[in-house]
Each structure stands twice: as structure tokens, then as C-alpha cells.
Design a protein around this ligand. Structure first.
Ligand SMILES: Nc1ncnc2c1ncn2[C@@H]1O[C@H](COP(=O)(O)OP(=O)(O)O)[C@@H](O)[C@H]1O
Ligand SMILES: [Mg+2]
Length: 335
């Protein structure tokens, strides 16, 4: 309902009264979203408690509906608007479920998906049929990231050579397939036990940061999930975090972690994150490209549903021979 407060104050009061006395109103919201206008909306149920399948948005490349916002609108992770995302939460807070919802939506799209999951590939192997590569050890992750950086740099050269500012400005026949790199439990990448580890971790950290810095304009996107993203993991983590503009904070164990995810954005968001209880799996605070925060709940995508979606669209996964052979990056991604 759109109201002009200056013109019809009595209607406004009437409408509010009617809404608050209506049957089962969960929330009434008043938003001054346009100068001179107020939008009044009422919701008959709580999207954070009652899971309802979100209505479909028109399909668009790199956009995924992953749940519902607290005001009942669809929760979208739009990689064109916020190219990189950070998903944080304690164990069993809903990180992997959110990734499953994201992959399920991206699976039918013409995108190349890559996974890095050093917990033996346990979480991301569900989607293996749809992944162009899955790195399950640190050595594999180092190798994959180096190749992805090479691919990104090749795209940069190409854009430069034709005077395009991003891959999206390339003429259709030169277009590149978007790449989405999903990292589950990012801390594992930074753990150092031996001296040899140190060199490898340094390389991984540099390459991950390079992808984040260059990738946005070149169709290379990062979705990084973890329990913690503190600077104790290494200086590279802080720099990486700064590049990941899309934020999702599930329940966390300590205020410090919530602050690292949301604190530099909004104090109220921080307080809201700390109120999420262990029973509210899948509930999170999210901040998109516009910098505004809101509560949201992911759709409950089960591992079986995720596996099925990945299998169904397996043929859309471009092959990535680069993982096995050195040399030119894969043709498939260049199509
Ligand atoms: N949006 C959701 N709605 C309902 N249940 C959920 C939701 N997200 C997660 N869960 C429940 O919480 C459990 C743990 O979630 P998971 O995504 O594996 O957490 P994490 O990866 O953070 O450890 C899931 O097995 C599921 O039962
Ligand atoms: Mg998990």
C-alpha cells in the first residue's frame, strides 16, 4: 500500500489500524523508500520461522534465490551486484545448507563451478558432478588457485587487447563463461604446521586475494565460507575479507567473529547476529551490494536434493583439464 503522508494522514492511520487488527499479522512495516512516499506492508507470518519456498524471480545469470528475507521478499545472492561473498557461522549454523541452495540455483546456469574443501571434500563432493574441479587437499587447492589466477589474468589481457573494461563488455563471440569458486571452511587453507606448509599457505593466500581483487570485472567470483575469518589465520585473511562485499553471518560463537563479518558495516546488524539462537539453523544476517542489512533464512536444501541437482546438470560443467595437465587453460571455459 502506497501512501502520501502529506495528503492523506487520516487514511494512513486507518490503514495502520486495519492492518494491526487483521487476522494474524506478524509484522507491519513502514518504509520511506521514495521521497514523499511511504510504503506500508503487512506480513501474516514469520519467514524466519515458517519456511516457505521463495517465489521465483525471473532467471538471470549469476543470480540465485536462496531463501526469504524477514520482510517476506526473496533472498537473492546476486553475484553481478556483489561479486564475492563471505558466509560465516558456527558449526551447524547453516553454512553448507546455504551453499547447497546457491549451487542448486547456479547448477542450471551457464557458469563453471569450482570447489575447495579441505575437510576431505566432504561437503562439496555432493556437487562433484557439476563441479569443473574439486580441490580436497591443500596441494590441490594451491594448484587450482594458481590455474584460476592464470585464467583471470588471461581474461584481463583479452579485455585490454580489445579495450573492454570488463568481460561483460566483450563482444559476444569473445565472451567468457563466469566462474564461481566456492571455498568451504576457509580456515583450513591457512593452517600452518610445518615450514613447507608456510610457503604453500603464502601462495594460496596471495592467489585467493588476487582472484578477489581482479575477479569482479573478469567474471571470476568467490564464495568463501568458514567458522572464523580472524586475522589470527594470517594477514592475507584480513585483506581477503575486505574484498568480499556480500556478507552472511549465521549464528556465531563469539562477538568478535560477528564483528569481523558485520561490524565494519553496521552496529545494529552486529547485535541482531548475536541474537540468533542455536535452534535457528539457517537464519542469518545478510548484507548485499547496497550495504543494507536484514535478517534472512535459507531454504532447507537437503544433501540429497543438492546431489540430484548437481547430477541433473552435470553436462553443463565445463571440463578443466588444467588440473591434470599444465599449459593453456581449458577450452570449455572459453566458450
Ligand atoms: N534453512 C534451514 N532450514 C532448516 N534447517 C536448516 C537450515 N539450514 C540448516 N538447517 C539444519 O541445520 C543443520 C546444519 O546445517 P549445515 O548447513 O550443515 O551447517 P554448517 O555447514 O554451518 O555446519 C542441517 O543439517 C539442517 O538440518
Ligand atoms: Mg558445513
Amino acid at each position: 500500500m502506497r501512501l502520501h503522508p502529506g495528503q492523506v494522514p487520516e487514511h494512513f492511520a486507518e490503514a495502520l489500524d486495519a492492518l494491526t487488527h487483521a487476522w494474524r499479522v506478524h509484522a507491519v512495516r513502514l518504509v520511506a523508500d521514495e521521497r514523499g512516499f511511504l510504503t506500508l506492508s503487512a506480513l501474516g507470518w514469520d519467514p524466519l520461522i515458517t519456511p516457505v519456498a521463495p517465489y521465483r524471480l525471473k532467471e538471470r545469470l549469476l543470480r540465485a534465490v536462496v531463501g526469504l528475507l524477514e520482510d517476506g521478499r526473496a533472498w537473492t545472492i546476486d553475484l553481478r551486484r556483489a561479486p564475492h561473498w563471505l558466509i560465516v557461522g558456527a558449526t551447524r549454523s547453516g553454512k553448507s545448507t546455504l551453499i547447497a541452495a546457491l549451487v542448486k540455483e547456479l547448477a542450471p546456469q551457464r557458469v563453471a563451478l569450482f570447489g575447495i574443501d579441505l575437510k576431505g571434500g566432504m561437503e562439496l563432493s555432493l556437487f562433484e558432478d557439476r563441479l569443473s574441479a574439486l580441490a580436497a587437499t591443500r596441494a590441490e587447492a594451491a594448484h587450482l588457485l594458481a590455474e584460476l589466477v592464470a585464467e583471470t589474468e588471461a581474461r584481463m589481457q583479452l579485455c585490454r587487447s580489445v579495450g573492454a573494461r570488463s568481460v561483460w563488455d566483450l563482444p559476444p563471440k569473445l565472451r567468457k563463461m563466469p566462474v564461481v569458486v566456492i571455498v568451504d571452511e576457509v580456515a583450513e587453507l591457512y593452517l600452518v604446521a610445518t615450514r613447507e606448509d608456510k610457503a604453500e599457505v603464502g601462495e594460496i593466500s596471495t592467489n585467493l586475494l588476487r582472484l578477489a581483487q581482479l575477479g569482479a570485472a573478469l567474471g571470476v567470483h568467490l564464495v568463501v565460507a568458514g567458522q572464523r575469518v580472524g586475522s589470527d589465520l594470517g594477514p592475507g585473511v584480513t585483506a581477503l575479507r575486505a574484498q568480499l562485499a556480500g556478507r552472511v553471518c549465521h549464528r556465531v560463537n563469539d562477538a568478535g567473529t560477528a564483528e569481523m563479518v558485520l561490524g565494519d558495516l553496521d552496529k545494529d546488524a552486529l547485535a541482531a547476529a548475536q541474537q540468533i539462537t542455536a535452534a535457528e539453523q539457517g537464519v542469518a544476517i545478510t548484507v548485499g551490494a547496497d550495504g543494507r542489512w536484514t535478517r534472512a533464512r535459507s531454504v532447507h536444501v537437503t544433501p540429497e536434493q543438492a546431489r540430484r541437482a548437481a547430477r541433473k546438470y552435470a553436462r553443463l560443467a565445463p571440463s578443466w583439464p588444467g588440473l591434470h595437465t599444465a599449459g593453456e587453460p581449458n577450452e570449455g571455459v572459453y566458450s
